[in-house]
Design a protein around this ligand. Structure first.
Ligand code: ATP
Ligand code: MG
Length: 441
């Protein structure tokens, strides 16, 4: 099996070899290449010590931020290539950071400290694939398996529990049995991991193709990192529109959303307020009035806990807030919808509605999909026409109103918004003269 290494990393390998060192591409790039996909970065490992690497590439720009882990980054053609000295990681008294890294002289020891067998392979153009732990077999079988004893490996670094979940979801793999069991058993270790790192893994996990079965099988891990999610587990909803409990519905909706962070996170959270809003009427039907409001409260808390950046948080909260908003079925409703949701938000909202509908009772699905398709048509037409739905689009600006005697301030803002509303409602064309006429009244 040969792997086609691009010329830049291939040249780095050659240079290290010519200087008398062992050097391999290693980890994710070997895994991805063996799976037939294009690696997004090429990591190199070598027996050369960091100071030797720096000397060998003294004619190149070098970034030394990873030096204490034995990593030197060589910049080539605007790309950074990490060259890491063979190492082990000593002990992990805090389950997060190795107390010290120790350089070793052989590749096998370096591969042994890596997390999963599929990530623990190296490749050399002359020597081929170096696979000491059965990584190729696990790749073929679609299995994520720890290198060594899973309990030990997770105790060394709890983040690996979420990494396992992420790789399994990304490739549609399953967890090897012992590894899977150790993930459940060691879940409390996740409490010690920094929120940013948890969130990064969670996002990577959610956009994976195999997220559905992982969310069902490993929901205890989700509850560990985000306790409010557990309220949804097995929460029954007796309602003709639903065929699943709240968590199963959620999981199905996540799977049916396009794989972007905004949409997958939105679906994960959209119904989390339901258990707090439950009521059952005298016919025995369950209702969850105003649950979107409760969902955004809980979602906001969870996203804060995860240290989510404000932009992404606002985008998600907006989608969660309006996930039940009826979709537009004519152009006037379409303009109102665009005004409320924004261009990008409106398009996302269509995906949210579709994902939500597909996770509900199948009997109403065709009807719901038809409504969504019509809304989609309307939204696309309005976007193409650059329909006026914001003050920016309005043909009359503040200075036009000043000429009519308005003074800048809240009153003028109200007047502009009133004009926008007339246009959105189709009561006045977005034309200067007509709008000024209205403003005079
Ligand atoms: P991706 O495509 O997501 O970048 P990757 O396999 O390259 O996948 P990285 O996080 O970039 O993953 O790490 C590179 C390599 O370093 C991994 O393939 C693995 O061998 C090793 N590694 C990374 N994180 C850990 C960890 N927490 N514990 C053990 N080994 C790790
Ligand atoms: Mg990587």
């Amino acid at each position: 099996m040969t792997i086609e290494i691009p010329s830049a990393p291939a040249a780095l390998l050659r240079r290290l070899n010519e200087a008398g060192h062992e050097a391999y591409v290693v980890g994710g790039c070997v895994r991805d290449a063996l799976m037939g996909s294009t690696p997004h970065d090429w990591d190199i490992c070598t027996d050369a010590r960091p100071e030797q690497v720096i000397r060998i590439f003294s004619d190149r720009p070098v970034a030394k931020t990873g030096l204490q882990h034995g990593t030197v980054m060589i910049i080539d053609g605007g790309e950074g290539y990490e060259i890491t000295t063979f190492r082990t990681e000593g002990s992990y008294s805090d389950h997060r950071h190795p107390d010290r890294v120790q350089f070793v002289s052989n590749l096998r020891e370096d591969l042994a400290r890596r997390d999963f067998t599929i990530n623990a392979m190296a490749y050399h153009p002359d020597r081929g694939v170096i696979d000491c732990f059965g990584g190729r077999e696990d790749l073929k079988a679609g299995v994520v398996r720890c290198v060594g004893d899973p309990n030990e490996r997770f105790r060394e670094d709890g983040l690996r529990i979420l990494r396992a979940l992420r790789f399994a979801a990304r490739f549609g793999f399953r967890l090897e049995e012992e590894t899977g069991r150790a993930m459940h058993e060691n879940r409390a270790l996740l409490d010690e991991i920094a929120a940013e790192r948890i969130f990064a893994e969670l996002k990577g996990f959610l956009v994976g193709q195999g997220v559905r079965s992982m969310l069902l099988e490993y929901r205890d891990l989700m509850a560990q990192i985000l306790p409010p999610l557990s309220r949804m587990f097995d929460f029954e909803q007796r309602n003709p529109h639903h065929c699943y409990d709240v968590w199963r519905h959620t999981v199905c909706a996540v799977e049916n959303a396009p794989p972007t962070e905004v949409l997958r996170l939105t679906m994960l959270f959209h119904d989390c307020g339901k258990p707090d809003c439950w009521s059952r009427d005298d016919k025995g039907t369950d209702h969850f009035y105003d649950h979107a409001k409760r969902s955004i409260e809980l979602t906001g808390e969870m996203l804060n806990q995860l240290r989510c950046d404000n932009r992404l948080k606002e985008q998600i909260l907006h989608q969660v807030r309006w996930h039940d908003l009826p979709l537009p079925q004519d152009e006037r409703e379409g303009r109102r919808f665009l005004r409320r949701m924004g261009d990008e938000g409106a398009l996302w909202s269509l995906d949210v509605h579709r994902a939500d509908a597909m996770a509900q009772a199948p009997q109403f699905l065709p009807e719901k999909l038809e409504r969504i398709a019509l809304a989609e048509q309307i939204i696309h037409k309005l976007l193409e026409e650059h329909a006026c739905v914001t003050l920016r689009d309005l043909s009359v600006k503040g200075r036009d109103l000043m000429e009519l005697g308005y003074t800048p301030g809240p009153e003028m803002g109200r007047a502009l918004n009133r004009l926008l509303e007339l246009v959105v409602e189709g009561e006045c064309p977005n034309e200067r003269e007509a709008l000024l006429d209205r403003a005079k009244k």
